[in-house]
Design a protein around this ligand. Sequence first.
Ligand SMILES: C[S@@+](CC[C@H](N)C(=O)[O-])C[C@H]1O[C@@H](n2cnc3c(N)ncnc32)[C@H](O)[C@@H]1O
Length: 232
Amino acid sequence: MNLYSLNGRLYDSLVYLFTFGSEEPFMRSAIGKLQLKPGDCVLDWGCGTGISLRHIRHFISEGRIYAVDRSPKMAQYALGRSTPNERLDYHFIVREGVGLNLQERVNATIASYSLCVLPADLFEKAVREIWENTHSDGRLLMIETHMLPPTTRLGRLQQKLARFILGRFFDDGVSAELLPIVERYFERRSLDHDVATNARAFIGVRRGNALPSDLPAPCGAASPHPAGMSTL
Ligand SMILES: C[S@@+](CC[C@H](N)C(=O)[O-])C[C@H]1O[C@@H](n2cnc3c(N)ncnc32)[C@H](O)[C@@H]1O
């Protein structure tokens, strides 16, 4: 079964149950740190049912939002949640995000739990595509599942179960490979880990040139800062 072909309301309920509702406050705070400005053009990569769209809308009153998702059902549900007006327009695109082809470059991209559900061999292609569709000083916010090493037996069991559910239903392989790739294209400004949601939020600024793959950007598994702190 693929969750993304489900009805959006059911999908949202499952996510809420799985995260005990803690996902949204973390997402909103991370989007706030992107410092979006009125008039910005923002890409929501893998918009899903539009949860992230709702938070983007909170931070820009005017501008343009591109919402891309490969699942027609998810995009349809997100469309119903959009609130366009004469100063803010939305473009919904049902497409593989590894072939974006946007009409213009964006000021910021939000990839919330979406790059991390790709097969690992598509990470680089997708990140490069975002990089190519971003202004020279544009930013990327990537939120992904991230689990700290468990310290107890029970913790190990819980993590095994969580990984199973994430992989089975959400396609999320909880990979450590994604962040080093992202850091070759976007220079890190902050990396915040949230223990409650088992997630981390990376914010980076577009590099002029991608760093070569044999010279990985320093990323480290853990942020040098305690959870909640930011260096932006
Ligand atoms: C876990 S959901 C996250 C949705 C939303 N961003 C959020 O935070 O609630 C992942 C989304 O990424 C989309 N997705 C996965 N692979 C994609 C691809 N190659 N191109 C575009 N969208 C993709 C899925 O269809 C799904 O809607």
